[in-house]
Write a protein that binds this ligand. Structure first.
Ligand code: HEM
Ligand SMILES: *[C@@H]1O[C@H](CO)[C@@H](O)[C@H](O)[C@H]1NC(C)=O
Ligand SMILES: *[C@@H]1O[C@H](CO)[C@@H](O)[C@H](O)[C@H]1NC(C)=O
Length: 477
């Protein structure tokens, strides 16, 4: 009898709980959608791999069923998904006011609790200025020769090999450049390999958060620990022997830490450095790998790009002189290629925020505390805005209205949290492409297939053979 009662109560409890799960409380009208299974929500469907470049089936199916704004549940959190340009714009504009940056707990765990993503208000602006000054135009201008030299050096090495894997090699190149810039770490002459720690970190980044030996998540946390230890040692070393100023991030940090009343701590600085190193080389190398694939598949675009860069060299007094900032600024078609590549790449498939208050939008209510995910692929692959959206067509950016473009292009985010690395990425991509197309040609050997989980991946790499062209001068004689 007792047990029957208890059993009945437990069952009633569970039924109520499941009912609540499926029908979350809200004073107003929630966007339509399904909360999926209790606890798990629709997490598995969201992360299901797919080979298409199109909007992920998860998003596409729900857009069809529910419209541009819908609700779901991911990694244990209720989420409103926005594929609506007006809501996206609203979310970006209201950053820090109605919405605040928020990433799933697995992200916070692996990136450290005090990274830029989860810092707000004053601290956040302060760090942002520091990063911007490091990657601002003046600083990038100074970097140009270094980027060019590195690109030529790597290309030369690659052309001596039978086959190279582009994703791995470009990641190594970008990491080298960024680490040098941020912490004066020379990956080519260092005994410990900082990047290796990052590689195991990345493999487990978007994985099921089960921290036991053998899982990808466990290796991810271990990789982070190793990298953090190395960064810490590097900072310590610098503190012990203040060499002549390198004008890098460490100098900045050490100087700040000595100031009175500073809010910067060593832990925050190390977290930030980790995020920056990670954010820079993985994203840019994905974009470069994809650009090389698209260019091979589109000989007309490759031809046009090559002409642009050969013209730059032809205009010089000395063909072998270094790339100038003015030349960089003149690479119109190259920037179209870059825009088109990152539009199709959708390297960041979801931008997450948290609603700080209850919000009304287009007749729907977004409850306080819910997560909101802006979905850039739904914008970038919308056939109403981009004709034939899955085709690589750099010419589509010609004469594109900048105001239209700003709402329809969010590869680097939008509003206050716009990617601080945008210009840095563009410099690295444009300079690399310049070196590549003027002196080299390449051919696909194997791989190059992409999978989205929903982040872009090259599961079996992209293997190519690369040759030096006969020099420009020789061809013209
Ligand atoms: C193809 C290359 C890249 C893409 C597609 C990309 C994309 C993005 C996006 C979409 C955001 C906004 C995230 C949000 O609103 O929550 C962002 C933010 C950020 N990116 Fe990038 N990024 C790239 C390269 C870089 C590089 C090279 C760096 C570092 C030098 C970098 C550093 C950052 C940082 C620090 C933030 C956070 C800014 C903030 O919260 O205010 N990114 N990026
Ligand atoms: C990808 O999505 C399409 C459309 O929903 C589906 O038909 C296909 O089976 C999915 N799987 C893979 C591995 O591409
Ligand atoms: C690339 O996109 C950005 C953002 O919309 C735009 O401002 C820029 O003009 C575009 N570049 C080219 C070459 O079209």
């Amino acid at each position: 009898m007792w047990f029957d009662c208890l059993g009945a109560l437990v069952i009633i409890g569970i039924v109520c709980w499941i009912y609540r799960w499926r029908n979350p409380r809200c004073n107003g009208k929630l966007p339509p959608g399904s909360m999926g299974l209790p606890l798990l929500g629709e997490t598995l469907q969201f992360f299901a791999p797919n080979t298409s470049h199109d909007i992920s089936p998860f998003i596409k199916e729900r857009m069809k069923k529910y419209g541009p704004i819908f609700r779901t549940s991911l990694v244990g959190r209720p989420v409103i998904v926005s594929t609506d340009p007006d809501l996206n714009y609203f979310i970006f504009q209201q950053e820090g006011n109605l919405f605040q940056s928020w990433y799933p707990d697995t992200f916070t765990e692996v990136f450290g609790r005090q990274n830029v993503g989860s810092l707000h208000g004053f601290m956040y602006k302060y760090l942002k200025n520091m990063v911007l000054s490091l990657f601002g135009p003046a600083s990038l201008q100074k970097m140009l020769p270094e980027v060019e030299k590195t690109a030529y050096g790597r290309l030369q090495q690659w052309s001596c090999q039978h086959m190279i894997e582009v994703k791995e090699e470009t990641a190594s190149m970008i990491f080298h450049l960024t680490a040098k810039k941020l912490i004066s770490y020379d990956s080519e002459s260092s005994s410990e390999n900082l990047r290796e720690s990052f590689v195991s970190f990345i493999r487990g980044l978007i994985s099921f958060p089960l921290d036991i030996p053998g899982t990808a998540y466990h290796n991810c946390l271990q990789g982070r620990k190793r990298a953090m230890r190395m960064l810490k040692n590097l900072l310590q070393e610098r503190r012990m022997m203040p060499r002549k100023q390198q004008n890098d991030f460490f100098d900045y940090v050490l100087e700040e830490l000595q100031k009175e009343g500073t809010i910067l701590t060593e832990a925050i600085a190390l977290d930030l450095m980790f995020v920056l190193l990670f954010a820079s080389f993985e994203t840019t190398s994905l974009a470069l790998t994809l650009a090389m694939k698209f260019l091979l598949e589109n000989p007309t675009a490759l031809k046009r790009l090559t002409e642009e860069h050969e013209a730059i060299i032809r205009k010089r007094e000395d063909a072998d002189s270094a790339l100038t900032w003015k030349e960089y600024k003149s690479m119109t078609f190259t920037f179209q290629v870059i825009n088109e590549t990152v539009r199709l790449a959708n390297i960041v498939p979801g931008i997450f925020r948290k609603a700080l208050r209850q919000i009304q939008f287009k007749g729907y209510t977004i409850p306080e505390g819910w997560a909101v995910m802006v979905c850039p692929p739904a914008v970038h692959l919308n056939p109403a805005k981009y004709e034939d959206p899955l085709t690589f067509n750099p010419w589509r950016w010609e004469g594109m209205d900048v105001h239209v473009a700003s709402k329809q292009f969010m590869a680097f985010g939008g509003g206050m949290r716009f990617c601080v690395g945008t210009d840095f990425t563009k410099v690295q991509m444009a300079v690399f492409l310049h070196c590549l197309v003027t002196r080299y040609r390449w051919q696909a050997i194997k791989g190059g297939n992409t999978v989205r989980t929903p982040g872009l991946q090259f599961p079996d790499g992209f293997h190519i053979r690369i040759w030096e062209k006969e020099s420009l001068a020789k061809r013209e004689n």
